[in-house]
Design a protein. Structure first.
Length: 625
């Protein structure tokens, strides 16, 4: 295999540059910069140390990775300064874990992967973070600065891949660029609408001078003028690469720009809410973003007394049994509402593109992203007030402006009564017998009742997870993690890993479908090695049920939807965890099995409950597109 540096290609590269124009090459080599900034050829330092220095100054505690030679200096340097390196079994898991840390910690999540296939393996996870508005820094290795586009190992046009997915993309060309570029990227990730950013590090910007000079030096240059040009070009390129590399630079965080509603907009909202008789708040994940603490938002909602429907990361915002948290009959409530506040909620497929909103309702929409703020407003709905700003801050300011005013009590009480009726109906379905195995609703109810109060729920699946969303109740804010608008399968292992690291004392549950489990079951090895015990609840019905629900009745075929009642519990055992097979014969002792799994987890062992489930007509008619 070709060396990672690939120095054998440098001669042709230098000759090509020389042929392209000596003056241009000299300019690009930064000869003027070198006159005033020293190149320390004897220094053992490397570019990975600069990366680590900036990350530490920004409070980054974890870097998730799958190791590769292109990025080794970054990983080693981060470990030396006290940043924990957490290596996973797939690059996508590393990004999902960083995403979870970003959501739960209020900082930027960081993942570092090697060049080429290492980076391409992260594309889905990066897109998921973009759509979920998670501030994320993806660090990628790359071929050397002189070798890009010349057939070096794992060399592809990475920038073109990530520019559509990231708010900011940069390719480091000299070591002196590392500190300011990483600082800027971390600030951009959190500013405006949060999202992923990407920095590419060519391998020669990360290793020490003596190694880079050894690889890129030409031992036997051509004789004559061409040989002199080649030697001059390579020498100057190397000097410019390291010129001023170790000068002291500011590594502190840059200001983060977060848009806010104007005083006039807040006043208009206060006037609309004060006149409403049947207001409703739809809270999305964006409302949980910094800078407003979630506890402040929760208090503001309770003071307003307005019925709330919670989605995404906002699930659990009002606790387990709040009188203003409405879980059921959202469509009916929106038909009756005379005012709807879309607090970070987007009129995409989740709101039928805005068609579920009553055209007679006053609508206040607040979102940091202008595109999401007005999505489909040209077709199915129109905002009365559209505010490009932070939803959480607006809610707190509304509460202060409406101090002493509360929503008429009969409105939330009526919705809550309908909620209870639907909840009781759903509960009765849990007692029905299925043709085979266990009733999945009974399993979910049992887990929900026994789950610890500090539990975090990670949702990764289709039909089984869709049922869990109706039944399981997050106990507090930031205790529900789902993919978000992209609907990505495979987030389970990474999200749970990040959640357990952020909240080591919390009980972390992954609710898996048996289909989605296949994406990240290997991360049980990661849970074991990094001592991050979680509990995986697998609804095993040997089927991609969410797809089969529509494919079979519409198209008359179950092709590609069938799986098997696989022994996933044994897979967990093999990776150092503890697995349990749970079937109908265990129905009477289901609670005991769950408690046993909780004790195993508490003792430090990642646990998997392979629960064989049957079919019900719950969520009948739901489709996946």
């Amino acid at each position: 295999m070709e060396p990672v540096f690939g120095g054998s290609s440098v001669l042709g590269c230098a000759a090509g540059v020389a042929a392209g124009g000596l003056l241009l090459a000299a300019y690009k080599l930064g000869l003027l910069y070198q006159l005033f900034h020293k190149t320390e050829t004897q220094s053992p330092r490397h570019g990975g140390e600069s990366v680590a220095e900036v990350l530490r100054a920004h409070g980054i505690k974890y870097v998730f990775t799958l190791v590769g030679g292109h990025i080794s200096p970054i990983l080693v340097a981060c470990e030396k300064v006290g940043i924990r390196i957490v290596d996973t079994r797939h690059e996508a898991t590393a990004v999902f874990a960083a995403d979870a840390v970003a959501r739960l910690s209020g900082t930027v999540g960081v993942a570092a992967v090697t060049a080429g296939p290492g980076l391409t393996n992260t594309v889905t996870a990066v897109k998921n973070a973009q759509m979920a508005e998670s501030p994320l820094l993806l660090i990628g290795g790359a071929a050397g600065t002189l070798l890009q586009g010349r057939g070096a190992l794992q060399d592809i046009d990475q920038m073109s891949l990530f520019k559509p997915l990231c708010k900011f993309c940069a390719s480091i060309r000299t070591i002196r660029e590392i500190v300011p570029t990483v600082r800027k990227a971390l600030a951009v990730a959190q500013s405006g609408t949060p999202g992923p950013v990407f920095i590419e590090f060519p391998i020669d910007t990360l290793y020490p001078y003596h190694l880079v000079s050894k690889e890129f030096g030409v031992k036997n240059p051509p004789k004559g003028l061409m040989g002199k040009i080649v030697s001059w070009y390579l020498g100057n390129h190397l000097m410019n690469l390291f010129a001023g590399a170790w000068e002291t630079r500011d590594v502190s965080p840059l200001p983060v720009d977060i848009p806010q509603a104007t005083d006039d907009q807040v006043q208009r909202c206060i006037e609309l809410v004060s006149r409403a008789k049947k207001p409703v708040i739809l809270l999305g994940s964006q409302a949980t973003l910094p800078p407003t603490p979630v506890d402040d938002i929760r208090k503001a909602l309770e003071d307003l007394g307005i019925p709330c429907f919670l989605g995404g990361m906002s699930r659990g915002m009002l606790g387990k049994n709040s009188p203003i948290h409405i879980r059921q009959n959202r469509r009916d409530a929106l038909k009756e509402a005379d005012l709807v506040l879309l607090a970070g909620t987007v009129c995409d497929f989740r709101l039928s593109y805005g068609r579920v909103l009553n055209r007679r309702s006053k609508i206040i929409a607040v979102n940091r992203d202008k595109t999401q703020l007005l999505k489909n407003s040209d077709m199915f709905w129109k905002p009365t007030i559209a505010i490009q700003g932070d939803a959480g801050s607006l809610l707190v300011r509304l509460s202060k402006g409406l101090k002493g005013h509360r929503c008429p009590a009969e409105w939330p009480q009526g919705l809550k009564a309908g909620d209870d009726t639907k909840e009781n109906k759903n509960r009765s379905k849990a007692d029905e017998k299925t043709d085979h195995h266990l009733n999945p609703l009974k399993v979910l109810h049992c887990v929900d009742e026994l789950m610890a109060e500090d539990s975090i729920i990670v949702a990764d699946g289709g039909d089984f997870v869709g049922s869990a969303a109706y039944i399981m109740r997050p106990r507090g804010p930031m205790r529900w993690l789902d993919p978000g608008a992209f609907g990505t399968l495979g987030v389970g292992g990474g999200f749970a890993l990040g959640a357990k690291l952020c909240r080591p004392d919390s009980e972390v549950w992954i609710v898996y479908g048996d289909g989605s489990l296949g994406y990240s079951v290997a991360e049980f090895d990661t849970f074991t090695r990094h001592k991050t015990p979680v509990i995986a609840l697998v609804g095993n019905d040997a089927c991609w049920s969410q797809i089969a629900r529509e494919q079979v009745p519409i198209l008359g075929s179950n092709v590609a939807c069938g799986l098997a009642f696989t022994d996933y519990h044994i897979v967990a055992d093999g990776y150092g965890g503890k697995g349990y097979l749970v079937g109908r014969e265990d129905e009477d002792r289901l609670s005991d099995v769950i408690r046993r799994a909780q004790k195993e987890c508490e003792a430090g062992t990642a646990t998997l409950l392979n629960v064989l489930i049957g079919k019900t007509n719950f969520r009948e008619g739901s489709i996946s597109v």
